[in-house]
Design a protein around this ligand. Structure first.
Ligand SMILES: Nc1ncnc2c1ncn2[C@@H]1O[C@H](COP(=O)(O)OP(=O)(O)O)[C@@H](O)[C@H]1O
Ligand SMILES: [Mg+2]
Length: 617
């Protein structure tokens, strides 16, 4: 399938399974969410009602002014009425300020609450979640959907009450002024209100599709516009096809935007037209009644002015359905994320590890990577159905112990399960059976904070944030002084490089540390490790990316970092392995051989084979 075909296919699929715009339970959840804003909502609604009452008073007073003029009752009366109109206007301004203040506090408060909740929650998700989800899609939830959810709340939900009150009040006063004229003026209305239901659903579906498309454009941008992604596209990619794919999505968003705008506008335009026609009716019919003396001239003015105020809340209420449905879509997308259960969290009775040396013990550990539906959401992965495979056991009955202060090395072919063992020790995942213990305590019984400060891992890629060198290192120890940082850099054999930089520790390293070489990045992670000074160190092929000139420096730095620490080392280099207290050969998720270098060489098994092929110079 060509790339363009694939894109069409996914578009088609996206619009295909659109039975429902949101889950059945979402409205109830939104209401219970609203309950926490009860007081602010209440004040807001009260003032809105007050404002609706003020809006009816002016037209009635205007009618009385006309009556006073017609009846020639005197200047006093007219001036008094005008004075009251002025007071009402001032009161209206004050009330509208209060309403605005409450509605913006409400709206921004909701954005704040939803955003921080989603951010907190996403942070707790396991690594497996991040390996599956696409960053752009996730960021879009935090931006677009949170704002979408808020707009309904502050605008629509609260407007519902005040508009209903305004509508009832206005209609009430109109009917009591002249029920015949009012009835006639409203007779056209139902024809235009009926399609609202249909409009609401179709607009909500369009909005959901457009949110999905925006998210996938976000994903494409964040992935392609990172330094490594952009490099890859330049070297291997086909920029024209990338653009075509992006254009396809952007084009669909454009079309949806036009469609939505037209549908909404058509609706509003129709209502405006009905209002204008009704006004003609009021003046025509009301005028005839007034000439016949059946209606006061002032009442014609009252009816005309009220009619124009009647259609504003009517339009708002008719639109409310559309807006509430789209907001529910946004809420739904936010709740979807909050509902994901973080697989790894503190047990209720979790404890802190005592200070002092720490031993490591794996007892009969078996493990399978969690399947997709446990850790992820189809809508964040850009697929319509989650890959339900996975769950294949990659580790079988792993048993070994690292006494405090000693080093165990893992060797074996690629894909054997070495990195998986390392991730289990760092509790990036939980074992399926058996246990991992630190100083005799099951790591599932430890507080995550305590675990993080005890166990530290250096991996091959040595990720750096787009921040200064200082703050990248302080990740390991926020309170570290500059002197401590320089000391760590020196021990990581990085001090000459960094001090030669014009900004020193304040130098910003590019996305993924692009301006540092592979070896320098590697030594940055070692400096980080030295700062953290954990009791247990995991090195996962920490030296694999280095050339031999760099390697000597890094090896020396590592040797220092491992001194007096409990270490699990996965290495390609013979020198690291040879000095280990115990070597485990991992094959197909099992411990195939174990022993010291000399012992394993003597048995002439798998280790000797690896030694002769892989490690031989
Ligand atoms: N995040 C993951 N999700 C699913 N399977 C994985 C994941 N990471 C590794 N695997 C699988 O687990 C097995 C062991 O991988 P790994 O521990 O990375 O091997 P090694 O580090 O020894 O090369 C491999 O079959 C690999 O495909
Ligand atoms: Mg590995």
């Amino acid at each position: 399938m060509s790339m363009e075909n694939a894109a069409w296919h996914s578009l088609w699929r996206m619009s295909g399974d659109k039975g429902k715009a949101y889950a059945d339970t979402t409205p109830r959840r939104v209401l219970s969410f609203a309950a926490s804003y009860k007081n602010r909502l209440l004040v807001f609604v009260l003032f809105s009602v007050f404002s609706a009452v003020l809006a009816v008073i002016t037209p009635v007073l205007a009618g009385r002014v006309v009556d006073a003029i017609v009846a020639q009752t005197g200047v006093q009366v007219v001036l008094k009425l005008a004075g009251i109109i002025a007071i009402v206007a001032v009161a209206d301004a004050v009330v509208s300020l209060v309403v605005r203040w409450y509605s913006s506090r409400l709206g921004e408060g909701i954005i704040f609450d939803l955003r921080t909740a989603v951010f907190d929650h996403v942070q707790k998700m396991p690594v497996a979640f991040f390996t599956r989800t696409r960053t752009g899609a996730l960021v879009s939830r935090l931006n677009n959907d949170v704002i979408g959810a808020q707009s309904a709340f502050a605008g629509t939900l609260s407007g519902l009450v005040s508009n209903t009150v305004a509508l009832l009040l206005t209609a009430g006063v109109m009917f009591s002024t002249s029920w015949q004229v009012t009835a006639l003026a409203l007779v056209l209305l139902p024809i235009f209100l009926l399609p609202a239901r249909h409009f609401g659903k179709s607009i909500a579906l369009l909005r959901r599709e457009s949110a999905d498309l925006n998210a996938s454009m976000g994903t494409q941008m964040t992935e392609r516009f990172s330094a490594p992604g952009a490099t890859l596209i330049k070297l291997f990619g086909r920029p024209a096809e990338e653009s075509a794919q992006f254009g396809l999505r952007a084009g669909r968003v454009r079309d949806i935007g036009v469609k939505m705008a037209m549908r909404q506008f058509f609706f509003v335009a129709m209502l405006t037209l009905v209002a204008a026609l009704a006004l003609a009716l009021v003046y025509g019919l009301g005028g005839v009644y007034a000439m016949r003396g059946e209606l006061a001239a002032g009442d014609v003015v009252v009816l005309g002015m009220l009619l124009t105020r009647l259609y504003a809340p009517l339009t708002a209420l008719a639109n409310a359905r559309v807006e509430i449905t789209s907001a529910l879509v946004s809420f739904d997308r936010v709740f979807e994320i909050l509902d994901l259960e973080p697989l790894i969290h503190d047990a209720p009775d979790a404890r802190v590890l005592d200070a002092g040396p720490v031993s490591v013990k794996f007892t009969n550990v078996s493990f399978a990577y969690p399947s997709a539906e446990k850790v992820s959401l189809a809508s964040l992965e850009d697929v319509s159905v989650l890959d339900t495979r996975g769950g294949e056991t990659v580790l079988h009955g792993i048993d070994f112990e690292i006494p405090a202060g000693s080093t165990v090395a893992l060797v074996g072919s690629s894909g054997a399960g070495k990195s998986t063992i390392a991730s289990l020790l760092a509790r990036l995942y939980d074992v399926d059976s058996g246990s991992v213990q630190l100083a005799g305590v099951d790591i599932r019984k430890l507080k995550l904070d305590s675990l993080r400060s005890t166990v530290s891992m250096v991996t091959q890629d040595g990720h750096l944030f787009h921040e200064t060198i200082g703050s990248n290192l302080r990740l390991a120890k926020p309170e570290a002084s500059d002197a401590e940082i320089w000391q760590a850099l020196e021990r990581a054999r990085l001090e000459p490089t960094i001090s030669a930089l014009p900004d020193g520790l304040d130098t910003v390293v590019g996305e993924r540390g692009y301006r540092l070489s592979g070896g320098e990045r590697q030594r940055m992670t070692i400096a980080r490790l030295l700062l953290a000074a954990p009791q247990v160190v995991i090195l996962d092929e920490a030296t694999a990316a280095l050339d031999s000139a760099n390697e000597a420096a890094v090896q020396a730095a590592l040797a220092e970092a491992l001194e007096n620490r409990t270490a699990l080392v996965i290495a390609h280099r013979l020198s690291t392995i040879r000095s280990a207290d115990l070597i485990l050969v991992i094959e197909d998720g099992r411990v195939a051989e174990r022993g010291t270098h000399a012992e394993l060489m003597a048995v002439r098994g798998r280790y000797a084979e690896l030694h002769d092929t892989q490690f031989a110079q």
